[in-house]
Design a protein around this ligand. Sequence first.
Ligand code: SF4
Length: 322
Amino acid sequence: MSPLKTLPPFHTVYVERALLDHRPTRTVIARLPRARVVEVDAYQDVFLRPRQDVVLQKAAPALILARREALLYPLSPLCEAYGAERPHYASTLWGCPYDCGFCFLKGMFGSGHVVAFMNLEDCFAEAEAKGADAVFASFEGDALALSALLPHAAAFVRFAAEHGNVKVELRTRSARIAPLLEGPPLPNLIPAFSLLPESLSSWERGAPSLAARLRAARALQCHGYPVRLCLEPLLGSPAEELALVDAIRRALDPKLILDVNLAPFRMAREQFRRLEPLLPESLPVRESGGVVRLPFGHLAALRAALGRFLPEAKIYIEEERI
Ligand code: SF4
């Protein structure tokens, strides 16, 4: 089966006129021969239209191919930087083919379409100019999930190969790892898998199963990559989250787990207000200081379970940063 068959169909591709002769853009369009191609002046004309129906759009999203000047930003101190001194995130992809019920992007963008900024070389030049020592490449989208269609994941792998002093994290809920298997493992490239307990799979609509993601993580370990695991967001009961830890222990080589991040659900109040009507079920969140959080009272039990096969220094807890 073609890898494109597992993606949403992208019935429409909006492309900025200035990109019509851009070769990588033309390659993407050629990979979607059945899509209607619509030329636009600027991505904002489609993506920022008022009163969009995010639910309908997520069921049948369009792809928007665009360019933008600023593509790299400092990471918020609220986010885990894993020891980097000048961490940045790449803003080259907005939106995702999956439809997670808790996804902050729906609250942030108000559109279910996917925007791919195609001037990736400008993002890499920014990383050099800003002296980034870590780049989080899949921050507002999932580059690996779309790697059969878009050049983003492969381009970040190349950037990592050419910039050994910059750690590059490719985080995904997919099981799509082909761009990482094409060359030898890179010590500064970090494959990171976002995981939820199998019993909560209905919160991750469209994403591959937990077992498929763990198999992909194991395949990368066999290729020589230590993998990062992100238990995010922590939505399950203690038993469900402990079952996830057990599945990880059984599936992966603990020596090749780079680290594990435990991230309780939290979101800026305004984003949550926009997301709340779209949640599959209500969440008993609490709000303080403009941030909405879902209390998770069992971090110590999770930490202890992970500590049975991982050293303490490899366990990060985002709650401790708030
Ligand atoms: S995989 Fe990540 S970016 Fe995609 S919908 Fe889920 S939470 Fe959002």
